[in-house]
Design a protein around this ligand. Structure first.
Ligand code: PYC
Length: 313
């Protein structure tokens, strides 16, 4: 059980919740954020579960542990985690983290450097809630990959990196409606399993653990998506890393130009604005969204409580 009081601040970004541990988390040393992510996964999984799994959290929650940065010019480092393990990166979580740091008075309007396990990103705080994530370089790795999904037929999708690995599918007959979430979850989970079973990966064997379906927008946007996260929950936001991966595909296909805004709507109707900017030959997604702080809490751990360290998913 944690030795110190564990303090958290909760927020949501376009409906998707983020729980930032601002105190009492494990000391992960002073290595790179990639090393600290590995340490967290190896040695602190019970802490992860206690913070993010039921009964304190649930499968939709994304956690973030704030760490001291390696570079003193960075405002912080962060390791993101979810109901089943650690994440490479999280876009909505970064926007939530920015709103949290602003709420704490740790950052003000302007641009700030943030260290993550997949590289440095920048956060532009426009006001207390509106944030642009300037993400890691994003790219399409393979296009039009044919995948046979047992029980569901065949799907053609692109494999792209936006800080996490995505399989992006446009060509399908599913209706992206909140009422269809069970069906959408079932199909995308089957796609995820088929990718793993058939050894289809991102570059250098990277696990494709996010599946993204696209359809027509219902609001004032260019497209609507449904994103399945690694722990089988769906993203209520349009997914920051998923929007980054989408921008890479759209620009590769010549469907939008660098610098052009793409409005991505989520399955709950929230919107991220994405712009792909080419810097030194790399595509840098700028993803803008809005986050609101919802709670400031100290977690209570009781050794009489059989579920005090969470119910692992
Ligand atoms: O916004 O990148 C994102 C994200 C990943 C998982 C949930 N949200």
């Amino acid at each position: 059980m944690p030795d110190l009081p564990v303090k958290i601040i909760d927020s949501h970004t376009g409906g998707e919740p983020t729980r930032i541990v601002i105190g009492g988390g494990p000391d992960l040393g002073s290595g790179s954020l990639a090393e600290r992510r590995q340490l967290f996964a190896r040695d602190h999984d019970s802490f992860r579960s206690a913070v993010i799994d039921e009964p304190r959290g649930g499968d939709v929650w994304i956690g973030g542990l704030i760490c001291p940065p390696v570079n003193p010019e960075a405002c912080a480092g962060v390791v993101f985690f979810n109901n089943v393990g650690v994440l490479n990166m999280c876009g909505h979580g970064t926007i939530g983290l920015a709103a949290t740091l602003a709420h704490m008075g740790r950052i003000g309007p302007g641009e700030h450097l943030l260290e993550t396990p997949v590289g440095d990103v920048r956060i532009q705080l426009h006001d207390a809630n509106r944030v642009t994530l300037v993400n890691v370089p994003s790219y399409r790795y393979r296009s039009a990959v044919e995948l046979e999904v047992p029980g569901h037929g065949s799907f053609r999708g692109d494999i792209a990196w936006g800080g996490n690995w995505f399989f992006l599918v446009e060509d399908h007959s599913l209706e992206l409606e909140l009422a269809n979430v069970d069906q959408l979850t079932e199909v995308t989970w089957s796609i995820r399993q088929a990718l793993e079973e058939q050894g289809v990966t991102g570059e250098e064997g990277g696990l494709i653990d996010h599946i993204e379906l696209f359809g027509p927008a219902q609001g004032d946007a260019d497209s609507r998506n449904f994103v399945l996260c690694p722990g089988r929950a769906y993203d209520r936001s349009p997914c920051g890393t998923g929007t980054s991966a989408k921008l890479a595909c759209l620009i590769d296909d010549g469907k939008i130009a660098p610098g052009q805004t793409w409005r991505q709507e989520s399955i709950v109707g929230s919107i991220f604005e994405g712009v792909g900017v080419v810097e030194e030959g790399e595509l840098i997604p700028h993803v803008t969204g809005t986050a609101y702080v919802t709670a400031e809490t100290t977690l209570v751990f009781n050794d009489q409580d059989p579920f005090t360290m969470g119910i692992p998913s």
